[in-house]
Ligand binder design. Structure first.
Ligand code: SF4
Length: 356
């Protein structure tokens, strides 16, 4: 799988874009002015694996809070989320590593934009141009219709102002709640951006995805489709839940698309009447015992029908072999036969230790 070639951009301790790992981010949902609650949530997010934390900054009081949040969140890449106001965007810059502005609600006055980009350049900070379908300028929609061109035109004055002052630390994003539309527009948008020489990293997400299983499915399909196209350098899964819940989903999407391997990979059949052992129990026990073996592929298969083919592709595994028994495999080769299922996990763990 080819990854889109993008220019690396520094966000605090992390680089995004280029060949750097696709970074996982989230956003606090505490009142920003409540410094202790926000700092607490930032630390919860980081403990869950979040690598970049975005904070809404709706007013100048929040900027004051942001200064204190910065002090109490040393070394964590922070992003200020700013709408409408260049004054707030400029005021945030000293306290964060990136400022997200929305081209749809920021007046694209060239001098003002040049001032913002110049200051960001002087302070070695990044800017994300984060367009949302719900806030694309009405004039652009009237002129270009509900199209990729309208989104592209929304970015253009910002890209040109950044170019005028040679500011390169840009990240772009486009989000909508409609999954097929998000994917289609981003595919077309990235083609246009690349053709015009704007190879800035892309931030992925499906906005207003809701919660629960459907929220996760929307995020997985939208973000996952683009990752499989090679698009995307950082991502946020948006859920109407505690943002900490977003992090595991983000890593699962990266693992499933094989864009960033951070876990053990399990291959297990759904089981059917040919299954002759308690596959759910064996899989559950194995997962509990092997969760830290990052990148290892372990297969648990009910019978030989698909079992042998899948095991050939796995590092280790077991396949049903008669009532209550399994055969154990290492690197595609059967190494133990007819093990009673109660011993399957213990025996397979021994094989993993011996053969690794
Ligand atoms: S691998 Fe065998 S047990 Fe598992 S679903 Fe397929 S046929 Fe059924």
């Amino acid at each position: 799988m080819q990854r889109r070639v993008t220019r690396p951009v520094r966000i605090g301790n992390f680089m995004i874009g280029g060949n750097h790992p696709i970074r996982v981010q989230s956003m606090t949902n505490t009142p920003t002015e409540d410094v202790s609650a926000t700092v607490h949530q930032i630390h919860q997010l980081v403990d869950a694996g979040c690598e970049i934390v975005r904070i809404a900054v709706p007013n100048l009081n929040s900027v004051t809070a942001l200064a204190e949040i910065r002090k109490q969140s040393t070394n964590i890449p922070l992003v200020a989320d700013v709408h409408f106001s260049t004054t707030i965007a400029l005021a945030c810059l000293p306290f964060v590593d990136k400022v997200r502005i929305n081209p749809g609600n920021f007046h694209p006055n060239r001098d003002v934009l040049k001032k913002l980009f110049t200051r960001a350049k002087q302070e070695a900070k990044a800017i994300r141009l984060g367009a949302n379908w719900g806030s694309i300028d009405r004039m652009l929609l009237a002129q270009w219709g509900h199209s990729t061109e309208a989104v592209y035109q929304s970015f253009l004055p910002f890209l040109e102002a950044a170019h005028a002052v040679n500011f390169q630390n840009l990240v772009l994003s486009f989000k909508a709640s409609n999954v097929p539309m998000t994917v289609t527009i981003i595919r077309q948008l990235v083609e246009k951006l690349d053709a015009a020489g704007y190879n800035f990293p892309f931030h992925l997400g499906v906005t207003e995805a809701g919660n629960g299983a459907m929220g996760r499915i929307k995020g997985a399909i939208g973000i996952g489709s683009l990752l499989l196209d090679g698009i995307g350098d950082t991502l946020r899964v948006s859920l109407t839940e505690n943002p900490v819940q977003e992090i595991a989903v983000a890593y699962d999407i990266l693992q499933a698309t094989q864009r960033r391997i951070s876990q053990t990979e399990y291959i297990a059949c759904p089981s059917c009447s040919r299954t002759s052992f308690d596959i759910q129990r064996v899989l559950g026990e194995l997962k509990a015992q092997t969760a830290t073996l990052k990148g290892m592929k372990i297969a648990v298969m009910g019978c030989v029908v698909n079992g042998l083919g899948e095991l050939a592709d796995a590092d280790f595994g077991c396949v049903g072999a008669g009532l209550g028994h399994v055969n154990l495999y290492a690197h595609g080769r059967c190494v133990k036969t007819n093990i009673i299922e109660a011993d399957a996990v213990r025996e397979l763990l021994q094989i993993i230790v011996t053969h690794e």
